[in-house]
Design a binder for this molecule. Structure first.
Ligand SMILES: Nc1ncnc2c1ncn2[C@@H]1O[C@H](COP(=O)(O)OP(=O)(O)OP(=O)(O)O)[C@@H](O)[C@H]1O
Length: 223
C-alpha cells in the first residue's frame, strides 16, 4: 500500500510544488493522476520511488517511511518498482535487449533466463524484431514500449508511469493501456500521470486530480 500523509514538497529556492497532499493507494489499485501542467504530478511520482524526499509529511510504501531509507536501501526499494519516465531514459549506446536486461541483471538472473524473459516481454510489446536495435533508431512509440518492457520485465509490485501515452496515436494508446491493465490483473499496483482525458475516460479507473500542488478531486473507479 502507498500512503501520503500531509506531504509538502518545495524545490530549493522555488515555490511549493506539493502542498498538504494526503492519499492512499491500495495494493492492486490502478490510479490516474491528472491535472494541468505544473500541478505536481511528476513531483508526486518522484516521491514514490524516493527520487525526492518530502519537505514535510510522510510517504510510506507497505508501512515503510521512505525518508528513513538509507542511500544503500533505496536500490532495493526500486527493484520492486517499475518506472516509465516521461523522457524514457533509455541508454542510447545499448541495444533494446541490453536496456531491458538491466532490470534482471541487477536481480542476479542468469544470462539464459534473461534472454528468454526479455524476448517474451518484447514480444508482448510488439517489438521483438527490434531486440538488437539502438534506441535512437526507434520511433517514439517503439521507445515507449522499450521503456515499458524495462519497467515490467520483473513483474514489479508497483508500476509508475509519467505521461506514457504522450505523442502516441490512438491505436498505440489503447495498446499501452491494455498492457497496464494486464500488469494490474497480475497484481501490480499501477499509478499513471497523464493529461490525456480520453485515456482516463475510457479506462474507468480511479482518478486523483491535482491543481497547484493540491489534491482537488478524487473520482473513484467507475465500472
Ligand atoms: N527540479 C525542479 N526544480 C525546481 N522546480 C521544479 C522542479 N521540477 C518541477 N518544479 C516545479 O514544481 C511544480 C510542479 O512540477 P511537476 O513537474 O511536478 O508538474 P507536472 O504536473 O508533472 O507538470 P507536467 O504535466 O508539465 O509534467 C512546477 O511549478 C515546476 O516548475
Amino acid at each position: 500500500m502507498i500512503q501520503l500523509h500531509h506531504v509538502h514538497l518545495s524545490y530549493p529556492g522555488e515555490s511549493t510544488a506539493l502542498s498538504d497532499v494526503s492519499l492512499r493507494i491500495s495494493k492492486g489499485d490502478f490510479v490516474f493522476l491528472t491535472g494541468p501542467s505544473g500541478a505536481g504530478k511528476s513531483t508526486l511520482l518522484k516521491l514514490l520511488y524516493a527520487d525526492l524526499k518530502p519537505t514535510r509529511g510522510q510517504v510510506l510504501i507497505d508501512g515503510q517511511n521512505l525518508a528513513m531509507l538509507s542511500k544503500s536501501q533505496i536500490p532495493y526499494l526500486r527493484r520492486s518498482i517499475g518506472v516509465v519516465f516521461q523522457d524514457y531514459k533509455l541508454l542510447p549506446t545499448r541495444t533494446v535487449l541490453e536496456n531491458v536486461a538491466i532490470t534482471l541483471e541487477v536481480l542476479g538472473w542468469g544470462k539464459r533466463e534473461i534472454g528468454q524473459k526479455v524476448y517474451q516481454v518484447l514480444k508482448r510489446m510488439g517489438i521483438a524484431d527490434k531486440v538488437n536495435a539502438y534506441p535512437p533508431r526507434l520511433s517514439g512509440g517503439e521507445q515507449q514500449r522499450v521503456a515499458l518492457a524495462r519497467a515490467l520485465v520483473n513483474d514489479p509490485k508497483i508500476l509508475i508511469a509519467d505521461e506514457p501515452t504522450g505523442n502516441l496515436d490512438d491505436a498505440n494508446k489503447e495498446e499501452i493501456l491494455s498492457i497496464f491493465k494486464e500488469a494490474n490483473v497480475r497484481g501490480t499496483t499501477v499509478v499513471v500521470a497523464t493529461h490525456d482525458r480520453r485515456v482516463i475516460e475510457n479506462s474507468h479507473r480511479r482518478v486523483i486530480r491535482l491543481e497547484k500542488g493540491h489534491v482537488v478531486e478524487v473520482v473513484d473507479e467507475q465500472k
